[in-house]
Write a protein that binds this ligand. Structure first.
Ligand SMILES: NC(=O)c1ccc[n+]([C@@H]2O[C@H](COP(=O)([O-])OP(=O)(O)OC[C@H]3O[C@@H](n4cnc5c(N)ncnc54)[C@H](OP(=O)(O)O)[C@@H]3O)[C@@H](O)[C@H]2O)c1
Length: 384
């Protein structure tokens, strides 16, 4: 207790005195009043200067957690903190973090250790799409949200979205290796959390191994096709001009197995927790990048839509299960946040940031005894 008080006092000193501490961190005046038990959980959110990450910080701070908002760009990160302070959230501070840089990660770990002595919540949210995009061409295609979701747009977008070697390498380095680097470095601090820490890896449905949804969805979909389409009574996300064929494709994309990673061997390797190792996952990443360079993605059964992004999330999911198995005293899960309107999808998403952060926040606040090693579709457990 005395140690914690000292840490908080040190943090307050640093917060009020910019001369103390690293230039990469900015504390917040008025944070944690020492008697307030609610502020005794400490969280780090990566890639939090905008989008789902920023909203996750807002929701966590609102629930009383002391949050370290991190961003690779100091200015953007500080502006994000200021935007939350304007909302009256002073239990948020900033620390620079580029998940590609081991030095930057080590600096964050040192900061956490010096200021708080431990970490209770880590949200690995930072991510990139892994493609070069011609935004004008993409806009001109005018693709509706149901086509994005169903995969119907896959061929259409190839002219506007390109997976270059450079972008693919960057994507794997941030979405998969970045998460691993941050987690590995912060694990000693996470293990000091008194009630068992929560790690949340923000993944995507594009990383699912098989698109298997409950058969009831087929029945519901058939019902939709038969009755709702002629009546134009479809939910808003299915847009007014959605045809029966569109709905059929959506159903098929949900129901047919092997839809997302056509290569059965890769699916089996990533899906078999008994034989899975980090080396195996890393080898899959290396093979993917090799096949990309050889222009042999399709021939070797990798996804056609956002291939680097998809494999970065599939490997992230596999890594999540592996670490969860290794550290049973922690709660370690991954989550698809939903199809959210943000920069990463050129604002084609249909959900709000508030909705998108619901899953990550729920998992960040899981109580002792909560699930671990699971994949969530928003707030519901789903199949990997
Ligand atoms: N939006 C969706 O529909 C959706 C669906 C499924 C999964 N996701 C996942 O949700 C997460 C958040 O995405 P978003 O939708 O909120 O997109 P976003 O608005 O583009 O946010 C991505 C964040 O990641 C940061 N980032 C990128 N590279 C980084 C690095 N090397 N180090 C630290 N931060 C880095 C970005 O910082 P800069 O501003 O500096 O670039 C930005 O803050 C991602 O993991 C994404 O894959 C999103």
């Amino acid at each position: 207790m005395e140690r914690k008080m000292n840490q908080l006092n040190r943090f307050r000193m640093k917060a009020t005195n910019p001369e103390i501490g690293s230039s990469h961190s900015q504390g917040v005046v008025n944070m944690a009043t020492s008697g307030n038990k609610k502020l005794e959980r400490y969280a780090v959110v990566t890639g939090a200067n905008k989008g789902i990450g920023l909203e996750t910080v807002r929701q966590l701070a609102k629930s009383g957690v002391m949050v370290v908002l991190t961003a690779r760009d100091e200015k953007r990160g500080m502006e994000a903190v200021a935007s939350l302070q304007k909302l009256g959230l002073f239990n948020v501070c900033f620390h620079q973090l580029d998940v590609q840089s081991p030095e930057s990660i080590a600096s964050l770990a040192e900061f956490m250790e010096n200021q708080f002595g431990r970490l209770d919540i880590l949200v690995n949210n930072a991510g990139v799409s892994g493609v070069v995009t011609d935004q004008d061409a993409l806009r001109a295609l005018n693709i509706d949200s149901s086509s994005w979701l169903s995969g119907k747009a896959t061929n259409l977008v190839q002219s506007a979205i390109k997976t270059t070697n450079e972008k693919a390498e960057e994507c794997l380095s941030i979405n998969y290796y970045g998460c691993k680097r941050v987690t590995d470095t912060l694990l000693p601090l996470l293990q000091l959390s008194p009630s068992g820490a929560n790690i949340v890896n923000v993944s995507s449905l594009r990383g699912e191994l098989m698109v298997s949804r409950r058969w009831s969805l087929l029945l519901v979909s058939q019902w939709l096709i038969l009755f709702l389409t002629p009546l134009r009574l479809l939910p808003p996300w299915l847009q007014a001009d959605t045809t029966a064929e569109d709905i059929y494709i959506i159903c098929i994309s949900y129901l047919s197995p092997a839809q997302r990673i056509p290569n059965e061997h890769i699916r089996e390797q990533l899906g078999d927790l008994d034989t899975l190792t980090e080396e195996k996952i890393d080898r899959i990443v290396v093979k993917f990048l090799h096949d990309l360079k050889q222009d042999a993605l399709e021939a070797n059964g990798w996804q056609k839509m956002l291939p680097a992004y998809s494999i970065s999330k599939a490997t992230l999911n596999a890594y999540t299960r592996l670490v969860a198995k290794r550290y049973p005293n922690l709660r370690i899960n991954c989550v698809h946040p939903g199809y959210v309107k943000t920069d990463i999808n050129w604002h084609t998403g249909t959900m709000t940031l508030e909705e998108g952060a619901e899953g990550p926040v729920m998992l960040a606040l899981l109580p002792e005894g909560g699930p671990t090693g699971c994949y969530f579709d928003r707030t519901e457990v789903a199949e990997f």
